[in-house]
Design a protein around this ligand. Structure first.
Ligand SMILES: *Cc1c(COP(=O)(O)O)cnc(C)c1O
Length: 386
């Protein structure tokens, strides 16, 4: 039996996989079972921030792996402490809770928001999120996700989530006033929703409203974080600072980790026993993440922005492309041809791309070689034009 058939028979059928079995890679190039090479513009959905088998990341992970792979959260370990310090110092936030995924990081943010309101004596339990958002697959984060088609099959979902329209501050304020809201949670660039950046005025207006009403402003940086948008975190493009932000995906560089990062206001909201995770703060995952966070400096971010400008300007002028959206190296492309056809043609020509709704989505490694990126963009261009 081939690996593909074993997988089809024994792995729960929740993923509509591409007909591609990947076996190895280096940097931004991956190889299939027949050694055919592909330029990887997917990075495991924004996870392998420095590409496959990056030397510095591998070194950080293997050093920790062969020293102390796991304790529990009953003891101190250095990678967890140093990663929390690095994130807080780079963001001017106060404290971090580590989990294993983006959805779990958002679960923590939801708990922080509810308890913050309770501690203050407010009668507020609802979290406001945006229509077309995506916040995860656990029951609560599915409920937080503002897209009905994710909800229908799994009722009853946890209650306490209300939805407003993106880029419509009147909708947000009206919904918040009607529903006793303890937090407003947004993605600065809606990823799964089609790579759509929120307007600057809108984000600033939410910030002002939340601040004036002691509502926590939570930014979901699971996909947008860790250099992806050309700043360390996407909210930095908007000139605001959230009360809480969550991140995962690129943070781990390829190992599972999530983080709920809390600012001064709510830093003492969760105390002993209020939250926990067996694997959260795992030394190996944290050592890898620390090596990722330490490398996202001004020079790298400038480089991300330069590559972004190249992709935006080159593809915007392409015949077969209607629009290029997103920010940094989180790029959505509205193609004239059906996006599935474009992805298929790119794959045949050695380039792996993602989709998001009706758009082609690119999430290349932050350090992708410029020449490799140019080659991939040429393949996308001709796949869109032919
Ligand atoms: C991927 C994603 C999540 C969920 O992360 P998991 O690690 O799959 O649980 C949550 N929010 C956003 C914005 C995401 O892109």
């Amino acid at each position: 039996m081939t690996i593909k058939n074993i997988d089809k028979q024994y792995v729960l059928n929740t993923y509509n996989r591409f007909d591609l079995y990947l076996v190895e890679g280096k940097g931004s190039v991956v190889k299939d079972e027949n050694k055919k090479e592909y330029i990887d513009l997917t990075t495991g959905i924004g996870v392998t921030a420095f590409g496959i088998a990056d030397e510095k990341w591998v070194e950080a992970v293997t050093n920790q792996l062969t020293t102390l792979q796991h304790t529990s959260n009953l003891y101190y370990t250095s990678p967890c402490a140093l990663l929390a310090k690095a994130i807080c110092e780079k963001t001017d936030m106060s404290k971090v809770f580590f989990s294993n995924s983006g959805a779990e990081a958002n679960e923590c943010a939801i708990k922080v928001a509810r308890k913050y309101a309770m501690d203050k004596g407010y009668d507020r339990v609802n979290i406001l999120t945006l229509n077309n958002s995506f916040h995860g697959r656990t029951l609560a984060t599915l409920s937080a996700t503002g897209q009905d088609h994710y909800h229908e099959l799994f009722n009853p979902l946890p209650t306490g989530f209300v939805y407003a329209d993106a880029n419509d501050i009147d909708s947000v304020i009206a919904t918040a006033k009607e529903n006793n809201v303890c937090a407003i949670m947004v993605e600065c660039v809606q990823g799964e929703g089609g790579v759509i950046a929120l307007n600057k005025d809108f984000v600033n207006a939410i910030y002002d409203y939340a601040k004036a009403n002691d509502i926590l402003f939570v930014v979901d940086e699971v996909q947008t974080g860790n250099g992806r948008t050309g700043q360390l975190y996407a909210y930095m493009n908007y000139g605001i600072k959230p009360d809480v932000f969550t991140t995962a995906k690129g943070l781990g560089g390829g190992l599972p980790i999530g983080a709920c990062v809390v600012g001064e206001k709510a830093q003492n909201t969760l105390g002993f026993g209020d939250h926990g995770s067996t694997y959260g703060g795992n030394p190996v995952a944290c050592a890898g993440a620390l090596s990722v966070v330490e490398r996202i400096d001004d020079k790298l971010l400038q480089d991300v922005r330069k590559k972004s400008e190249y992709v935006f300007s080159t593809l915007s002028e392409c015949e077969g492309i209607e629009a290029v959206t997103g920010m940094g190296l989180m790029i959505g492309i509205k193609t004239k041809k059906p996006v599935s056809d474009v992805i298929k043609e790119c794959m045949e020509n050695g380039v792996l791309c993602l989709s998001a709704k009706d758009k082609l989505r690119l999430l290349p490694a932050l350090n992708i070689d410029f020449e490799i990126l140019k080659k991939a963009v040429d393949v996308i261009k001709s796949a869109c034009e032919n």
